[in-house]
Design a protein around this ligand. Structure first.
Ligand code: SF4
Ligand code: SF4
Length: 222
C-alpha cells in the first residue's frame, strides 16, 4: 500500500487560508490503513481546523467527507453533486488521489493535507515499513523475497557491506540487515546458489528513464 503522514497543521492552515468553503476529503483505502487519511483522521483534521478557525474568529465553512478511493475515477465522480458547494478541497488522499480529484474537477483547487511517503506494509499496529520501490522489474525471486533495493540501506545487490552486526543494519541498528534476511531466507529454501551470479547495477530506466509511467491493457478497457 501507499503510506503517508499528515502535514503539520500550520502548513495546512496556511494553504487553505485563501478559501472560505472547504471540503476536507478523506480516502478509505491505503491512507486509512496507515491511519493518515481515512474517515477517522478526516473527521479529526476537520474538527481541528474548525476549532482553529473559531479561535481566530475566521469566517470559514469546513465540512468533511470520505470516499473509498480518491485515485479511482468511479469513486471521485461521486463528488459531482456536492463539489460546487466548495471553493477548495483539502485532500487526505495520497499524491495520486490529490491529482485524480484535481483532474476531474479542474476548476477547484485541491490541496494536499498529507505527505505521501512510500510503498510499504503494515508490520504491526502503528508500524509501517518501506519494502518496495516500484522499480518495474521485480527481482524478489533472486533474493528470497526480500528486496535489497528497498530494505538494504545501501541498496546492495551482491551481498552485504562489512558493517552488519548481529543481524542489524549498520546504518540504522533499529532495522534488521536486509542481507542477513536474504541469506537466511535463501538458506531456508536451499537456494543460496541464486547469489552466485553477479547482479549488474540496477537498471532504473523502467522506473524513471522514460518519463511518467503508465500501464495500458486493452483487455481491461471498456
Ligand atoms: S525488486 Fe523492484 S518491484 Fe521488486 S520489491 Fe524491489 S523495488 Fe519492488
Ligand atoms: S548492514 Fe546490511 S542492510 Fe545495512 S547497509 Fe549493510 S548490507 Fe545493507
Amino acid at each position: 500500500m501507499i503510506t503517508a503522514e499528515q502535514k503539520p497543521i500550520q502548513e495546512i492552515r496556511d494553504m487553505i487560508s485563501p478559501y472560505k468553503k472547504i471540503l476536507v476529503l478523506g480516502c478509505n483505502s491505503c491512507v486509512a490503513e496507515c491511519a493518515a487519511g481515512g474517515e477517522k483522521e478526516t473527521a479529526m483534521l476537520a474538527s481541528a481546523l474548525r476549532m482553529a478557525a473559531k479561535m481566530n474568529e475566521e469566517d470559514v465553512l469546513i465540512e468533511e467527507k470520505a470516499i473509498e478511493r480518491q485515485c479511482v475515477k468511479d469513486f471521485v465522480i461521486l463528488l459531482d453533486d456536492i463539489i460546487d458547494q466548495y471553493d477548495a478541497v483539502l485532500s487526505l488522499g495520497c499524491g495520486a488521489g490529490v491529482q485524480a480529484v484535481g483532474d476531474m474537477f479542474y476548476e477547484v483547487p485541491v490541496i494536499p493535507a498529507l505527505n505521501t511517503e512510500f510503498l510499504g506494509e503494515t508490520k504491526e499496529q502503528g508500524l509501517w515499513l518501506e519494502n518496495c520501490l516500484g522499480c518495474g522489474d521485480c527481482m524478489l525471486y533472486y533474493f528470497g523475497g526480500i528486496c535489497p533495493l528497498a530494505r538494504c540501506s545501501k541498496q546492495l545487490l551482491n551481498g552485504p557491506c562489512g558493517g552488519s552486526m548481529e543481524g542489524r543494519c549498520e546504518v540504522d541498528p533499529d532495522m534488521p540487515c536486509a542481507w542477513q534476511m536474504i541469506i537466511d531466507r535463501l538458506s531456508r529454501f536451499g537456494a543460496l546458489e541464486r547469489l552466485e551470479q553477479v547482479y549488474p547495477p540496477k537498471d532504473w530506466s523502467k522506473k524513471q528513464g522514460v518519463g511518467p509511467r503508465r500501464i495500458q491493457r486493452e483487455d481491461q478497457q471498456r
